[in-house]
Design a protein around this ligand. Structure first.
Ligand code: ADP
Length: 492
């Protein structure tokens, strides 16, 4: 099969969050199963060049009509960890991807609409034998209605749309339809892209749900949750109308990248059978972060974008509870929202005299991320909602015990050592349900007590987590079934 992902992120060259890991991990796995996979993404000026290989300009006559004029395309071919990528930018004087960051600009919907139009024009001219076009999140959602209107006579591909996060739906003004050549009346109507809540906006994700052949979410639990208004955030009706073609497929992680046995970033490599070597990583992490070497003091971490979805109040509570209970805390990540960033900087300042806490406001430092996953004892994910969550999966692989709120993919992957006794072979962490400070405090207390008083049980939890398989293998097979199209069979 010939599969083309069109996405706004791929690890490690363009990463903001989990989407980047998924684009790379899924592509590599499907490629290993013998299929042709290509990834189309913007040629951002801020691409990280480490990991980007075989860069070659690609000669093409392809032009795209966008925003009232023809744009010749600047295409570059390259590979990322062996996956062929096509990088796209306009060759006209109007550039769409020359900013210093991937997202965060008022014209983001226009920038990614350009990507969507350009990618389809490129496929039609250069890859017309493509079997599957796989789109990811709102940034490439417009491809579905564009394909429906202009390309289905030329390309025989099936359209798959993956929802990584319904918290970001891609709202834009109606003028975007004109820019991409779609009829405002037809595609701006209530049964097409018109946003269900705001009369003056179109909703790009809604369009992809309607016009794709199949839609996936990144965990089975999230596929159920998004039928409810709290999680669907206005799209519950269109989701319920399309449940027959919506499937939850759990994300995997790439064990070539996330594997403590072979991880070059670690001070000491380890397996489930030599956990004393993980202790050496904890010691190393404490040294580099200048945390005191305390006995029986669990090292708790939170590795995430600081956005409301991640449960900011509970994160703060976890910091104070950890310190009160005699643990140490490492917060790793930053916020794209200035007010939240300032708030955490203030907290950092207030906590400054305490030697047992470190805030590292670095939004992307892959090497340090590996070292923290290895050196920590516990990772917290108190998300309000979490479509899949990768940090708990990576942590499990590194023998770092997840402590999570039971929602979305967290509920599909973390099972409480005491609460989920009916699945003894799966219990691998700690969970709680109410999104409250009290609940996370009590759960941390439980975890600390097992860590300190029942080391054998703690070791068992770690070892069970480390031997669980969250690789891409199973998930890739589900995607391939979907690529071959038989939604009814998938639903059985
Ligand atoms: P989301 O996509 O909502 O940000 P996920 O849990 O799905 O959350 O994915 C987060 C990804 O980003 C993981 O690979 C995690 O290791 C990575 N990550 C988060 N914060 C940082 C950071 N400060 N430095 C490096 N990687 C980070």
């Amino acid at each position: 099969m010939r599969i083309c992902h069109i996405a706004s992120e791929i690890s490690p060259i363009a990463k903001v969050g989990g989407l980047a890991d998924v684009t790379l991990g899924l592509s590599r796995e499907v490629q290993n199963l013998g299929h042709h996979v290509t990834v189309i993404l913007p040629k951002y000026a801020c691409l990280k060049h480490e990991g980007l290989e075989h860069l070659t300009p690609y000669k093409t006559e392809t032009k795209v009509y966008f925003d009232q004029k023809w744009h010749p395309l600047e295409i570059t071919k390259a590979t990322v960890h062996g996956v062929p990528v096509i990088l796209i930018e306009s060759a006209s004087s109007r550039k769409y991807f020359n900013q210093s960051q991937i997202y965060g600009y008022p014209d983001d919907p226009v920038r990614f609409a350009f990507l969507s139009c350009a990618a389809l024009a490129f496929l039609k001219e250069e890859m017309e034998d493509i079997n599957v076009i796989h789109m990811h999140d709102w940034q490439t959602a417009l491809i579905a209605p564009l394909f429906h209107e202009f390309y289905q006579r030329h390309l025989k591909a099936r359209l798959i749309f993956t929802i990584h996060n319904l918290g970001y739906q891609g709202l834009a003004s109606f003028s975007l339809l004109t820019k991409v050549g779609l009829d405002k009346k037809k595609y701006g109507s209530a049964n097409a892209l018109k946003d269900p809540k705001r009369d003056d906006r179109i909703n790009l994700m809604k369009g992809a749900i309607i016009f794709s052949d199949a839609v996936t979410t990144v965990s089975p639990q999230y596929a159920l949750e998004i039928q409810e208004p709290f999680h669907a955030k206005g799209l519950e009706k269109v989701i319920r109308q399309n449940t027959d073609k919506i499937f939850g497929i759990l994300n995997g992680i790439d064990y070539k990248i996330w594997n403590p046995e072979h991880d070059e970033a670690l001070a000491s490599k380890y397996t489930p059978h030599c956990l004393e070597k993980k202790a050496a990583d904890k010691k190393y992490l404490r040294e580099i972060l200048k945390l005191p070497l305390l006995e029986k003091s669990p090292l708790v971490t939170c590795i995430c974008r600081l956005v409301p979805q991640k449960g900011l109040r509970m994160i703060k509570k976890a910091i104070s509870s950890t310190l009160k209970l005699g643990g140490q805390f490492v917060l790793f990540g930053s916020s794209p929202i200035e007010k939240i960033q300032k708030d955490f900087e203030r907290l950092d300042h207030e906590l400054d005299p305490n030697p047992n806490v470190r805030f590292i406001f670095d939004s992307y430092n892959e090497r340090l991320a590996h070292q923290i996953y290895a050196g920590a004892d516990i990772i917290i994910c108190p998300s309000i909602f979490e479509p899949c969550g990768l940090t708990q999966l990576i942590a499990l692989q590194y023998g770092t015990v997840p402590l999570v709120r039971k929602t979305g993919g967290l509920a599909n992957t973390v099972f409480d050592i005491e609460e989920d006794k009916e699945y003894p072979n799966k219990t691998n962490g700690f969970t709680f349900i109410p999104p409250t400070s009290k609940a996370i405090h009590e759960t941390l207390k439980r975890a600390f007590s097992i860590y300190r008083e029942r080391p054998e049980l703690w070791k068992e939890i770690i070892q069970r987590g480390m031997t669980m398989d969250f690789s891409w293998g199973e998930s890739a097979k589900h995607y391939l079934e979907l690529y071959h199209f038989n939604p009814k069979k998938m639903a059985e």
